[in-house]
Design a protein around this ligand. Structure first.
Ligand code: HEM
Length: 190
């Protein structure tokens, strides 16, 4: 009986963690994707064109949409300082001594805007992830350290695949069904 109730508490906490970690992160990424599309009508038109052509087929064929979601996660990571982690032992990173027990924050926001890694890092430009762009083979799944919106390593986001799929699906639905525009003529970057 005791093991059973402990198990239930564990499942309850896991579900609660998953809802907290899984809902605001995904929805705020979609909000940013739509914000950038409103500011960049050319990119919106291109993404709509692709969905019009491919709709009804597999989402994996929507390469421009995929690049658009990657770019949104690069410029607007939902957890800019990732999640706090604690050093389990003394270590040294790039000449800095990190004592055991220190709380560590990884600034994924700054990493993804590093001008040594990204051309015009503040520009919203999905093409950088396409063939012919500067980072055609870079993904956001913890394999390329210059953009790690889901973290990396053993404690990488547990809901990453679901999160990416949800953001792609919601963004595609919103731009397939509606045109988006600013009320005032306030397109800063066009
Ligand atoms: C766009 C969507 C999402 C983003 C950007 C995101 C981002 C992150 C980040 C940065 C971490 C910390 C990783 C690290 O410390 O290295 C994390 C952890 C986590 N995420 Fe997500 N997440 C998203 C969606 C989700 C979803 C949909 C779920 C579950 C349904 C989820 C569940 C979790 C859990 C349980 C952890 C803790 C993993 C651990 O400590 O082992 N996330 N997420």
């Amino acid at each position: 009986m005791r093991a059973c109730s402990q198990h239930l508490i564990f499942v309850d906490e896991l579900l609660q963690d998953s809802f907290v970690a899984g809902s605001d992160t995904s929805s705020s990424t979609v909000e940013w994707a739509i914000t950038e599309l409103i500011r960049n009508p050319r990119i919106l038109a291109q993404a709509q064109q692709e969905i019009d052509k491919e709709v009804g087929k597999n989402l994996t064929q929507l390469t421009y949409l995929e690049a658009l979601v990657k770019e949104t996660l690069r410029v607007h990571p939902t957890t800019p300082l990732s999640l706090p982690r604690i050093a389990s032992e003394n270590c040294e990173i790039n000449g800095y001594f990190i004592p055991k027990g220190s709380t560590l924050l990884v600034n994924v926001w700054a990493i993804a805007r590093d001008p040594n890694e990204w051309a015009d890092p503040l520009e919203f430009r999905p093409e950088r992830f396409l063939p012919g762009g500067e980072k055609p083979k870079v993904d956001v799944r913890g394999n390329n350290f210059e953009v790690i919106p889901f973290g990396a390593g053993r404690r990488i986001c547990a809901g990453m695949n679901l999160g990416i799929r949800m953001v792609q699906l919601m963004t595609a639905t919103l731009i397939h069904a509606f045109n988006w525009d600013l009320l005032l003529d306030n397109r800063q970057r066009n």
